[in-house]
Design a protein around this ligand. Sequence first.
Ligand SMILES: Cc1ncc(COP(=O)(O)O)c(C=O)c1O
Length: 381
Amino acid sequence: MIPLAMPNLTGREKEYLDNCIDTTYVSSVGEYVTRLEDMCKEACGCDYAVAVSAGTTGLHAALTAAGVGRDDLVMIPAFTFIASANAVHHCGAMPWLMDVDENWTMDADKVEKALKEECEIKDGKVLHKVSGRRVAAIMPVYTLGNIPDMDRYRKLADEYDLPLLADAACAIGATYSGKKLGGLADLSVVSFNGNKTITCGGGGMVFGNDEKIVGLVRHLTTTARVNAEYEFDMAGFNYRMTNLQAAVGCAQMERLEEFVSTKRHVRKFYEEKSGDLKGVSFFPKSEGSSCWFSGIVLDKVDGLDDVRRICSVLKEKGIEARSFWKPVHLQQPYADAPCGNLSRTEGLWNRIVTLPCSTNITEEELEYVAKNVREVLGKIG
Ligand SMILES: Cc1ncc(COP(=O)(O)O)c(C=O)c1O
């Protein structure tokens, strides 16, 4: 089977893991954790980074450090992996779900309109008029490694005095207007889950340029301990990354450029090989996108049955293909979350087929996938 997105562990991962075992540094203290933080600061062009146990825990800690709390609202896109919403929920807050634009990232026009028309400012707080809840943060998601108009989001966040966070889970290696990710939001979070471009098995990184807020994330994620005598000044989290995870991550980060370049190549390959196919388009790509995932989008309205059929025929041919994120407002835990006009999200999510895009996929495998996609689309018509 040609897998969808398999970890590529052919660098120094084993050597570094052996070193953890040999030195007994397997837990959350160890040279690889600090080294990985330094590598991420360099790769993301920022001053501070904190290694955490997962993207989700990183988002939870980042939102908490940004002041998101009980009954607040956080503006996030409806079209995202459910972890973005879960992190908001774990703060006791609720996502306010926004539509996406042509790059599948949160639509800045709709966010601005929602702030303008559906909120009022009272005692310095941005209040959602219908629910009376405080809007506590704006959190775009860098879907597929595509970066939305972050200059515009910066302006909006400043205008409304709201923290700007970025769910950059899939975006390591991406750039925006030639800039690295580190300074685009107050806090950004990448994921090192097994299906990401860089993996630690599981893990994440929270980063930014503000020493105070990233310092608070570090404090919160390491149980808010103030000294060696078991004294704590907050209800913190045990969200620190382990040295074992970081050992894998360091070996992976040594190959970041190579991996991102392969991801971009895979996306381009599918587009070039299948660009003439009728009835489909390809995954969108912002300038500087890290192209985390690749695949096709059926032109058909509500094509979920076709998506399922295509995936099952490809599976018979030894190719793993899947549908993509079901939006947050259609998920049972968030059925009551406030949402704006989600027309693009509604018309998009059920037409997507993700295709194999591992960083160790071969040219022969890519040819084989493209050939079979052509055949199956020909049959389905
Ligand atoms: C957009 C997005 N946000 C958050 C996450 C959560 O990251 P993790 O799985 O590392 O908790 C993921 C991926 O898994 C993701 O794709």
